[in-house]
Design a protein around this ligand. Structure first.
Ligand code: PGA
Length: 272
């Protein structure tokens, strides 16, 4: 595991965007071999998407040979609703870059058979050759995608009922009207994300500090589903200073010493 600590949200977003850009550029994707990216929604990745759009506009990167798979989508919310994750992804990222819409996969929360939709999504990931880099965010309760506390750590894409904490946290997107917040979602499982070759989790803000502590300083626990990534061979947690407030000074100090090694060589991963 690697913990990258940046001073604030903007620097953390920039670091994450550069990491994604570098991975895609290094992979030299082509018509024969696409780069496959797992993507989150939420307020945390907005800064990272902004930077990636900037890199695209500067000509530093192309998404022509990139396939994406989003983590989740609300059940029953119309696709064109401003708060659907389809709308979020198109407005905040996809419409600004050169990705082929056919290569941007988002679960359909209005499918007639929801479980079939989830199974098909898993199959599409497999057909794409698996995910090279899965980027995720977490909730203050330590959920990754919508794998709420108590979710199986080997779960696959499925229908999930949201925890009350998540419904409350999401109410801000629905005019603070709890009755308007969807209560069910389709979400990739913890196991789906664990299968990615590499995972990068963005955690910013003091309100996520306890979750980061549970994620990395205590044991693997299905009540804090993000903690499962302690057992992934290549996970990077990218955070700001505020998110580290509940960590031991010793932990922060140790990982800050790695700060200088922005370009880790593959063998160096074995040391982390
Ligand atoms: P946030 O949501 O980025 O808006 O905090 C993350 C999540 O709940 O997974």
């Amino acid at each position: 595991m690697r913990l990258v600590i940046l001073e604030d949200y903007d620097l953390a977003s920039e670091w994450a965007a550069k990491y994604i850009r570098n991975r895609i550029v290094q992979a030299r994707p082509s018509a024969d071999r696409y780069f496959t990216l797992g993507l989150p929604t939420g307020s945390t990745p907005l800064g990272c998407y902004k930077k990636l759009i900037e890199y695209y506009k500067n000509g530093d990167i192309s998404f022509k040979y990139v396939k994406t798979f989003n983590m989740d989508e609300y059940v029953g919310l119309p696709r064109d609703h401003p708060e659907s994750y389809h709308s979020y992804m198109w407005n905040n990222f996809f419409k600004h870059i050169d990705i082929n819409p056919a290569n941007a996969h988002i679960l359909d929360g209005n499918a007639a058979d929801l479980q079939k939709e989830c199974d098909t999504f898993e199959q599409k990931i497999a057909d794409a050759g698996g995910i090279d880099l899965f980027v995720g965010g977490i909730g203050p309760d330590g959920h990754i995608a919508f794998n709420e506390p108590g979710s199986s750590l080997v779960s696959r894409t499925r229908v999930k009922t949201l925890a009350q904490d998540t419904i409350l946290a999401n109410a801000r997107f629905f005019g603070n009207d709890l009755s308007k917040v969807p209560t069910m979602t389709l979400t990739v499982g913890v196991g789906t994300v664990m299968d990615a070759r590499e995972v990068m989790i963005l955690i910013t803000g003091a309100h996520k500090a306890f979750a980061l502590y549970k994620a990395i300083e205590e044991g693997v626990n299905h009540m804090w589903t993000v903690s499962a990534f302690q057992q992934h061979p290549r996970t990077i947690f990218v955070c700001d200073e505020d998110a580290t407030l509940e960590l031991r000074v010793k932990t922060v100090k140790y990982f800050k010493e790695f700060g200088a090694f922005d370009r880790l060589k593959s063998w160096e991963w074995n040391l982390l």
